[in-house]
Design a protein around this ligand. Structure first.
Ligand code: 4MI
Length: 393
């Protein structure tokens, strides 16, 4: 018998404090059933990781949200990366690996460093500010669209677009409805930004379109791949940076450690991604009857993978709920793993390293000075507001 649990992972109460429900799901067994949505779920580290690795048994092509593309028409053209299986996926992924290569990242280090230092300097001058809008959103909203090669106008549209897409992986609840309420102009804008003529000749966007010239992909496919960048490149890093500031503010001894050794910046960001898991969940769909532990789920079952629960599974992590910037956190699944493991992680880690590096060198204290407000989203864990005060070193 697969244990059935009365848990709603897409409601305010859950988002406010998901951890008791995570523990209940992990403790109930390797796989659980959530009757409220007629879905299965895995929350233990080993089972989440196993599912991420087994793309043959657990397809992404039927959607990585609750909706089964085999039964319901997708609300947007499916992603050629996220919502695709091999062989299609491997062709597009190889291209994106090239566009987001370590060599490409090296070229961004200098401008991204300048932007991070300027931002932290300006925030120190203000003293008090909102770590969400003024830091976690401000930084990616400048450096990322620059790197893609987008024009300066309307970049803030990237936030409502991300909010829409990440809500769409969940049920069509009030969060989703609110996110898509004024979708039309945002969707049109994103579509327009994906076209070659909208993109400067030396960014990631142009690099994707150049692959179309080589005949590797069609122009239409290039536009959908640029859309992947615009979808996945902002909200995720916003919530990653927000998580890092939130951790450093709540664990002052970790911040002291970081200040004493700024070369820990990359590790400190990684640990925030493990602990807060900005991307909390994704679905897969079983391609056949599959056995998890002792239990078998039917072909066509939607299975929700709790990345955030896996990243705090005490079966895998010592002091799982502690923010420890010197722990060995390799193997966390905050960026996923396997063939769909985050292709932009190199960029996210660069942004995280540079912002946290600037904090380490220039800031003495980070203090939360107002009530943090959570931002509710069916997939992302993050905040709407985090009032902080920083003092200079
Ligand atoms: C993991 S976040 C994410 C990744 C890819 C896409 C969207 C969101 C996409 O559209 O390809």
């Amino acid at each position: 018998m697969i244990p059935a649990l009365d848990i709603d992972p897409f409601c305010t109460a859950f988002f406010d404090d998901p951890y008791p429900a995570h523990a209940a799901m992990r403790d109930a067994g390797p796989v659980v059933y959530l009757p409220r949505y007629d879905i299965h779920a895995v929350a233990r580290y080993d089972d989440v990781r196993g599912m991420l690795m087994d793309w043959g048994s657990y397809t992404s092509a039927r959607g990585v949200g609750i909706s089964d593309f085999a039964k319901e028409k997708p609300w947007r053209l499916p992603s050629l990366l996220l919502e695709a299986d091999p062989p299609l996926h491997d062709r597009t992924r190889k291209l994106m690996d090239k566009v987001l290569s370590p060599a490409a990242m090296r070229g961004l280090r200098e401008p991204f460093t300048t932007a991070a230092e300027a931002l932290i300097e300006a925030l120190l001058a203000r003293g008090s500010f909102d770590a969400v809008s003024d830091l976690a959103e401000a930084y990616p909203l400048t450096v990322f669209p620059d790197a893609v090669g987008m024009p300066p106008e309307n970049r803030r549209f990237l936030l409502p677009y991300g909010n829409m897409v990440f809500n769409s992986f969940g049920p069509q609840n009030a969060f989703f409805q609110a996110a898509v309420a004024d979708a039309e102009p945002v969707l049109a804008w994103v579509q327009a930004q994906s076209r070659r003529q909208a993109l400067s000749p030396n960014g990631f966007g142009a690099a994707i379109h150049a692959a179309a010239d080589d005949g590797d992909i069609s122009t239409g496919e290039a536009e959908v791949l640029v859309r992947s960048l615009l979808t996945a490149g902002v909200d995720t890093t916003v919530n990653g940076l927000c998580a890092a500031v939130y951790c450093l503010a709540r664990f002052p001894s970790a911040f002291d450690q970081l200040r004493a050794d700024p070369s820990l910046a990359r590790a400190a960001f990684e640990e925030a991604v493990r602990l807060e898991s900005p991307v909390q969940t994704f679905f897969r769909t079983a391609t056949r009857a599959v056995t998890i532990g002792e239990e078998t789920i039917a072909e066509g079952s939607k299975v929700l993978m709790f990345l955030g629960a896996a990243n705090r599974d005490p079966r895998r992590w010592d002091r799982a709920d502690d923010y420890d910037i010197t722990r060995r956190n390799a193997g966390h699944v905050g960026f996923g793993t396997g063939i769909h493991g985050c292709v932009g992680a190199v960029l996210a880690r660069l942004e995280g390293e540079l912002v946290l590096g600037a904090l380490a060198r220039r800031v003495a204290t980070i203090e939360i000075v107002g009530e943090p407000q959570r931002r509710y989203n069916n997939t992302l864990r993050g905040m709407a507001s985090l009032p902080v005060r920083m003092t200079a070193a």
